[in-house]
Design a protein around this ligand. Sequence first.
Ligand code: ZN
Length: 607
Amino acid sequence: MSSLTGKTPPPPIAMNKNKTILLFLLAGLSAGCICGIVPAVRTVIAQEYLKTGMYVLIAEQVVQGLLPWMAAGAIVFIVCGLLVLACARVSRGVRSAVAIGYVGLLCAGVVSLGSYLPVVVTVRAMCFLIVFCGVLFVFRAESWLLRGRTIVVGIALLCLLVLLTATVWPTVTGMRNRQAGPSFVLIVIDCLRPDHLGCYGYTRDTSPTIDALAQVGWRYERAYAAAPWTKPSVASLFSALLPAEHGLVNPDQSAPDQVLLLAEVLRNAGYKNFFINGGNVFLKKEFNLHQGFHSYDYLPHSTRNASDLTKRFLARVATIGRDKFFAYIHYMDAHAPYTVNRHNTRYAAKILESYAPGKPATQLNDLREPDTASPELHQYFRDLYDGQICFVDESIRVLLQGLKFLGRLDNTVFIITSDHGEEFWDHGSAEHGHSLYNELLHVPLIIAGSSIGHQRIAEPVSLIDVMPTLLDLAAIPRDRLGLQAVSLVPGSNAFASNRVLFASGMMYGPEAFCLMSNENKLIYRSRGEQGKWRLRGPKLPAGNQLFDLIRDPGERHDRAATEGVPPVLEGQLKNYMRLAPRVIPPQPVHVSGEDMRRQLESLGYVQ
Ligand SMILES: [Zn+2]
């Protein structure tokens, strides 16, 4: 019949079993590579790793993007290849029926796995299976494959070459970097005020371990957080950007991918990074501040304490051999509600039943309104707070002993600080997130270890400077990163006499901004609520407030009304305020879920 119509039937294709399976395997690898390269490239572009020269991270993203897809492609295609061989002699109708049944079975299998897999992975896998099975069976793609085998082999080899290069290159670079640079332990003790530590002049012996580190390291007497609550402050600590620049100032915002974080830069330089969060909900993964960390541990504040965090940290370090590491540990024990521990009664003469540690009633947030707490209750909370500091200090002592036992103490630098302070009715209110006064912005900052020597630094510095400092200590070039913050290594240009520091990003009430020079502090608070959480407690003045930080460190006497604001300071603060709204808009995330709400309430954050 074909000769009558003038068409010549295609010659039968020889199907050697082994060669066919190998060809299907290579085709599967190619298909997987093509599928995987798209999300990998999208991630690299979104994170702007090319712009900042994070080449090892680019290679990592490529490998992470390709491997699962290539594995899936190989498995799906080999199974298809076997079925093609089995169906080689049957009619097209039977083949189509087998194909439909097969795709249906695979989809059912993936759907049944759906409860164990993230939705997005399930959907992708289903699309992958349907498309490739459909192409292979219904459209007889195996004949195209067998005819174009040279092209298929070529593409597959190219894909394998890409994968091999991306795998080997960071390993080689990592080996090169492994030799140099100290490890880092960045310890943030949430809500810690420097004036409650012995090394900052406190009369109680709350912090013997931290004091000992301050004795041998660099102690910054006037270090300031860039915001008065966790999320914007830690975002600044991690990014060297001010709150008006990174824009992460609302409870429901998540860090944009393109903001480059300290852990990403260190990871690119071969560090192994651990994030150990003692239960602060604003540092949960959905807020995207864990970028660059190899592991992330969330230990709920309600059931775990500083001792558990230290144990988890030591367990992590024990798994990495001699690799250098960067650990971020966020202790929550000095954050209300206070946990039950052996130091509860160290300063509090007796525990008040209605404000006992472990009970939600110890939330300071409930005592913001004027006249809700007596002077005795104020002192009771300070006593409990000091006991919590003792407990964290003890856990840091165990941490140092553990590192010594692991042989990792000598080449490790410790950075001890806080994300913000805590108000104990200094300006008539309690807790944090509501003002820019020093009880919330002044934080301890101690950098010690690895024989860096002792220095006491009296000039004002900001927590945004921690990132360039650590990069300098690790000898990682930072010229391409475009950091505005400066290194705090003594003798560097951080201590220029005309430097001004900024802070902003309120949790409660209207937005406020402040500028700090060596002598002056200018606070501007806008009017209105601007969609923030309701401010409880005494009403704070709108407009400008000006304080003399040298003669009036407690910020009692506002000079703005009597002396006016120097135009230079006002101009500098206005320039800072113009940075918000930001170039990179942070992404809102859904935080109204019941789980998140319960956790926010457990920490005393209520709308
Ligand atoms: Zn905090």
